[in-house]
Design a protein around this ligand. Structure first.
Ligand SMILES: [Mg+2]
Length: 228
């Protein structure tokens, strides 16, 4: 008899609604710093932030910049792009982080699917993202009621889609030949990474955007239950 299956989940935008928390936090930040953002519409600020943040995460993923640099530049660069005062970046960053933390919400069905997976096998969370932030999200929602393993890129020293982080998750759960399922909302990092590391990927396509290649997908977390 083989070992019980592994059901590992991405965290941001799979279990926790990062995208909405980010947008809500930016909306509060923009509204609370009227003189700094003078003349710049909220949508333009959010677009500039997301554009720069995405590029910086790519650089961070390739090891070209460190975490403090990412944390500073994700505010300094969009402020500069929009011709705003970059001296306000540190204060805006601190305010944003507080607002972001206040706006975390679970995605509908997250607790139910984790509970179901924990009855069938071993549950884990496997995430890129800042260690302190991700651990705080897991604690806030008590996701460790089900997740026996939390594998974070900062601890492993490798980020999805790298095979190394999926291998680290497998080893942390005891290795052995067993079914390994990974659920995530990013085709490029979650689906591709999991597949290349020998896991069975399930794409969480919440907004029905579709995938570039055929893949098993769900649009609601509750729909994972029969697949497990
Ligand atoms: Mg995600």
């Amino acid at each position: 008899m083989s070992a019980p299956p592994l059901f590992f989940f991405d965290l941001d935008d799979t279990l926790v609604d990062h995208h909405a928390a980010e947008e809500d936090a930016h909306r509060e930040t923009h509204a609370s710093h009227a003189s700094l953002f003078s003349g710049v519409a909220f949508d333009d600020w959010l677009a500039a932030y997301r554009r720069n943040n995405l590029r910086l995460w790519h650089e961070y993923g390739k090891g070209e910049i460190d975490r403090p640099t990412l944390a500073t530049r994700r505010f300094a660069l969009p402020l500069a792009d929009l011709g705003l005062d970059i001296a306000g970046g540190a204060a805006v960053s601190a305010f944003y982080i507080g607002a972001y933390n206040r706006n975390w919400r679970l995605i509908e069905g997250a607790e139910g699917v984790l509970a179901h997976a924990a009855e069938l096998g071993v549950v884990g969370i496997l995430s890129n993202g800042f260690r302190q932030t991700q651990r705080a999200k897991i604690a806030r929602f008590g996701l460790d009621r089900w997740a026996r393993h939390v594998i974070l890129s900062e601890d492993v020293g490798a980020m999805k889609p790298s095979r190394a982080i999926f291998d680290a998750a497998w080893k942390a759960a005891g290795g052995e030949v067993r079914r390994r399922v990974y659920v995530g909302d990013s085709f490029a990092t979650d689906v591709v990474g999991a597949k290349e590391a020998g896991w069975f990927p399930i794409f969480f396509d919440r907004h029905g955007k579709g995938a570039p290649e055929p893949v098993v997908f769900v649009t609601r977390l509750a729909d994972l239950k029969p697949l497990f």
